[in-house]
Ligand binder design. Structure first.
Ligand code: ATP
Ligand code: MG
Length: 267
């Protein structure tokens, strides 16, 4: 699905602020994988996403995407082009939707992404399609198509962002601590929704989280990054046997230092 070859990212090279944020990262993501990604602050997790999504050009290395039989090098492809097949959701629930626009307008814009160049307009059939999908959230949003999205709660907006992203059928979904800014109840709601959508739509997902319990419960593979490197790569069978304490111990064994408690939530 996605193959990452020897990816390096150096910020501010040759200056006192030089920062080697990704070091020779190699990773193959299979179609249907749900990979959880943990690591302390500054480990390089978001930088890896920035490289995959095309926000930043890596200093070295390649990113390849397989589409049926052909593999394509997308390392230099523009971010807006990749956005058609790479979905990305951030921590801030206000980022994924436009607050000053109505719910149906937001959904329309997202829907149009899939129909490059085609003129489609909002009609009854489309409203029915939006309503039908909104109903799956169980939040009553199907009755609020004309409300501006700024009226919705953070949890509702994040659920909406998730739904809209999933409806655009991304080949790869990148979640960057997408539950971290929500209260515990909403965070659980969004996690449940994420797992349900991943199964229903057979998504390929990478999920950064600071919540080790989520990282262990969800998905079929767990990666841990530190200092710009992937230092742990745990498959489903092994993951099923591990506790958060085991992960902390594994970190200690590899890095010869303690994983500070505030670096990750052990919850
Ligand atoms: N645009 C940039 N310019 C300079 N340095 C950057 C830039 N983006 C990230 N970095 C640096 O790269 C390193 C990795 O940052 P990154 O955001 O990938 O960490 P992270 O693992 O996502 O951490 P967190 O858990 O805090 O979100 C950090 O030292 C950060 O300061
Ligand atoms: Mg980050």
């Amino acid at each position: 699905m996605v193959r990452i070859e020897n990816l390096d990212m150096v910020f501010n090279r040759g200056t006192p602020d030089e920062n080697h944020a990704l070091k020779n990262v190699r990773l193959t993501v299979q179609a249907g994988d749900f990979i959880t990604l943990i690591g302390s602050n500054g480990a390089g997790k978001s930088t890896l996403y920035n490289a995959i999504a095309g926000t930043y050009l890596p200093t070295a290395g390649r990113i390849l995407v397989r589409d049926e039989e052909t593999e394509r090098d997308i390392t230099r492809e523009a971010e807006y082009k990749r956005a058609r097949y790479i979905g990305r959701i951030f921590q801030n629930p206000l980022l994924g939707t436009a607050g000053k626009m109505s719910l149906e307008h937001n959904m329309m814009i997202c829907h149009k992404k899939g129909y490059k160049g085609l003129r489609i307009s909002l009609n009854q059939k489309m409203r029915d399609y939006f309503r039908e999908n909104l109903r799956t959230l169980g939040m009553g949003l199907e009755n609020r198509l004309n409300d501006n999205v700024e009226l919705f709660s953070g949890g509702q907006r994040q659920a909406l962002t998730l739904l809209m992203t999933v409806m655009s059928k991304p080949a790869l979904l990148l979640l960057d601590e997408h539950t971290a800014a929500l209260d515990p109840r909403n965070a659980e709601m969004i996690m449940d929704l994420t797992l349900r959508f991943a199964a229903d739509y057979r998504l390929t997902v990478m999920m950064i989280t600071h919540n080790m319990a989520h990282a262990l419960e969800a998905g079929n593979r767990l990666l841990m990054m530190d200092g710009g490197e992937i230092i742990l790569d745990i498959d489903a069978a092994e993951k099923a046997k591990l506790s958060t304490g085991d992960i902390v111990q594994r970190f200690k064994d590899i890095k010869n230092r303690e994983l500070a408690n505030d670096e990750m939530l052990l919850g």
